[in-house]
Design a protein around this ligand. Structure first.
Ligand SMILES: Cc1ncc(COP(=O)(O)O)c(C=O)c1O
Length: 443
């Protein structure tokens, strides 16, 4: 039993059904964080663990940033909740305006949600409603991508491309199609930044259109890089080609920027970094630096305008959440955007990219490493799976790194990294030194 398990042996771990967790294994040997500051978590048994994952891709400004803490504290004493339907509060309108100003040109409207999953389902519904409002109700097919992760709502798992997330939940939404993923070790292993090979994989969309006809397709949704599906960086020219094909066929392009929004790629959005403008962007996570749940969908003005018909007292979109634009989340988001600007964190991520890349690629040649990938402040180390137990080697690495004081994540046999944008060079060195040691001691 770990010291953490001993410290918390009085705690009843049973009633809580933990999400995306091996519950039985965890409850035998729990890992518990009790506080956090900046780059570091404190564990229940008093150890410091450096956050190599921004929590779960979300705490871009680091933990418990005083400005965010103060903003949320002040808000909770002022206005705890305002109804989201047929009512509002001033700061959510200000936040929408700020987001529209950060977004690529033309995406001037914002719909608020509470999570990435809700943002995705909202974006998909808006896409369907948009075509319907314009008299193209036959456009009902949604196109996702193999290895895509778009949260856990029924819309999100329909367009998602991870078998385990879909297989137990019935037929899902009808008519969905999937593009191939872009992962290819033969051509792209150990690429630095965007791989050179693979733009042509976007052409599969032409095949899907040829078979199904564009008039049946509402939208294509992709993550600019596939995060939870393995940290797959888009090949050079791939997103550009998707944009070109979707525009030519009147299909909406949705970028799921739940991870890439708010600085992860050294810009407000991956759309800005790659200079490819989609029709809708889904966000969450870094929007509040993970402090209070909030998501948002940013969309083109024309999409909003298409709904603004009929009698004025009529509701235009039958969709929304009790907590859309919650005052506490709104305060956290304003403070996060302030901190990102004041500390110039997006530019900081961009300037650290080369250091990050060099550091990560120094792990090439370590035992079991079959690929290293990086872009912005995202990294991945893919391990050769154990023949009899896929994913086990990476989970072993995750546990060893945690005990050695660094939090990483795993997806399949890939170790994923996405540190807060406040990370210092010496902390990058420490992450890599820890992983070098962990990799050297893996079976
Ligand atoms: C690209 C992407 N979309 C959607 C989601 C779902 O977000 P949430 O867990 O907030 O529902 C995630 C979560 O990791 C994500 O990475």
């Amino acid at each position: 039993m770990s010291t953490e398990a001993l410290v918390y042996r009085e705690l009843n771990l049973e009633p809580y059904w933990m999400p995306f967790t091996a519950n039985r294994a965890f409850k035998k040997d729990p890992r518990l964080f009790v506080s956090a500051r900046g780059m570091y978590y404190q564990t229940a048994d008093g150890r410091q663990v450096m956050d190599g994952m921004s929590g779960m891709w979300c705490c871009n400004a680091g933990h418990c940033h005083p400005k965010l803490v103060q903003a949320v504290q002040a808000q909770v004493m002022e206005l705890d909740y305002a109804p989201a339907f047929q009512m509002g509060h001033p700061r959510i309108f200000e936040l929408a305006e700020r987001l529209a100003n950060l977004a690529p040109e033309g995406l001037g409207r914002v719909f608020f949600t509470n999570s990435g999953s809700e943002s995705v389902d909202t974006a998909l519904k808006i896409a369907l409603g948009y075509h319907s409002a314009r008299g193209e109700a036959g456009r009902t097919r949604l196109v996702g991508r193999a290895r895509g992760y778009h949260g856990v709502g029924f819309g999100g798992i329909t367009v998602g491309g991870i078998g385990n997330n879909r297989k137990s939940f019935g037929p899902l939404l009808p008519g969905a199609l999937h593009l191939p993923h872009t992962h290819d070790l033969e051509h792209n292993a150990f690429s630095r930044g965007q791989p050179a090979w693979g733009a042509h994989l976007a052409d599969e969309l032409e095949n899907l259109i040829a078979v199904n006809d564009a008039s049946t397709i509402a939208a294509v949704i992709v993550e600019p890089f596939a995060g939870s599906g393995g940290v797959l960086i888009p090949p050079r020219g791939y997103l550009e080609r998707l944009r070109e094909i979707t525009s030519r066929h009147g299909i909406l392009l949705i970028f799921d920027e739940v991870i890439t929004g708010f600085g992860r790629f050294g810009a407000s959005f991956a759309a800005e970094r790659f200079q490819v403008t989609p029709d809708l962007i889904t966000t969450a996570k870094g929007l509040t630096s993970g402090m209070v749940p909030m998501g948002a969908v940013l969309l083109r003005d024309e999409i909003y305008d298409a709904f603004m018909h009929g009698p004025q007292p009529a509701i235009e979109l039958f969709h929304g959440y009790t907590y859309s634009g919650h005052p506490l989340a709104t305060a956290a988001a304003h403070a996060a955007l302030d901190v990102y600007a004041e500390e110039d964190l997006f530019a900081r991520a961009k300037s650290l990219e080369v250091v990050w890349e060099e550091a990560l690629h120094s792990l090439a040649g370590k035992p079991h490493v079959i690929d290293i990938r990086n872009f912005g402040l995202v990294g991945a180390i893919e391990l050769e799976p154990r023949p009899d137990a896929p994913t086990a080697r990476a989970i072993d690495a995750f546990e060893k790194a945690y005990l050695a004081g660094v939090l990483v994540r795993t997806t399949g046999d890939t170790i994923a990294l996405a540190p807060p944008l406040i990370i210092e060079e010496k902390e990058i060195e420490r992450i890599v030194a820890t992983l070098a040691d962990v990799l050297s001691h893996l079976d």
